[in-house]
Design a protein around this ligand. Structure first.
Ligand code: SF4
Ligand code: SF4
Length: 188
């Protein structure tokens, strides 16, 4: 999940380079990107595409938080193509996210997380870079807080759906229900 800024020449690591440009770790290839209602809304709105065009379903990781639709107990994720996120442009010369303005929250924050109220770099071994965390503090903390609240919103929406429709309706109806909820929340 490349963090691409408007200013690729600015320093973002302790060594002073912007590393995603030349990184060959392929974080956009290694992870399945699970998404919430706001992620889907922004992508659908930004791309002018129905969610079915860029989503695929996976068996739910967590029984109590999976979406119960006719197709099964599921989670939503971005489609993959050739073993990578389908929004990744990966050629000999270019390796970039083609939906940078509306990419999912998890992509925007990678590889940072909040731990005990502090912004830290994730300890997983995927990202090899020693980021200058302090430089991201202001932007990332507010982003991570927003992301957390969007996931809470999604969890509540899924609970409401499951209580009402437990496997009675197909995914397409759930997607509409979900996007309507986001739209309503943005207007209110
Ligand atoms: S692994 Fe780290 S340095 Fe490489 S593209 Fe992803 S975020 Fe950027
Ligand atoms: S949406 Fe963009 S940043 Fe996220 S995995 Fe796909 S290509 Fe990478």
């Amino acid at each position: 999940m490349k963090i691409i800024t408007d200013d690729p020449d600015s320093s973002h690591t302790k060594t002073g380079e912007f590393p995603c440009i030349s990184c060959h770790t392929d974080c956009c290839k290694e992870y399945v990107i699970f998404v919430n209602a706001h992620d889907v809304y922004r992508l659908s709105d930004g791309l002018g595409l129905a969610p079915e065009n860029f989503l695929e379903i996976y068996g739910a990781k967590d029984y109590s938080l999976g979406v119960k639709v006719k197709e099964g107990l599921i989670d939503l994720a971005l489609k993959q193509k050739n073993g990578a996120c389908e929004f990744l442009e990966d050629t000999k010369d270019v390796f970039r996210c083609t939906v940078n303005d509306f990419k999912p929250g998890v992509c925007k924050s990678y590889p940072f997380q909040m731990k005990n109220g502090k912004l830290v770099q994730m300890s997983d071994i995927m990202c090899p870079v020693d980021w200058d965390v302090a430089e991201f503090e202001k932007m990332m903390v507010s982003h991570l807080e927003k992301d957390e609240s969007e996931w809470r919103f999604y969890d509540e929406l899924v609970k409401e759906w499951n209580a009402k429709y437990w496997r009675k309706k197909p995914l397409s109806v759930f997607l509409k229900f979900m996007l309507d909820k986001v739209e309503f929340s943005l207007k209110s």
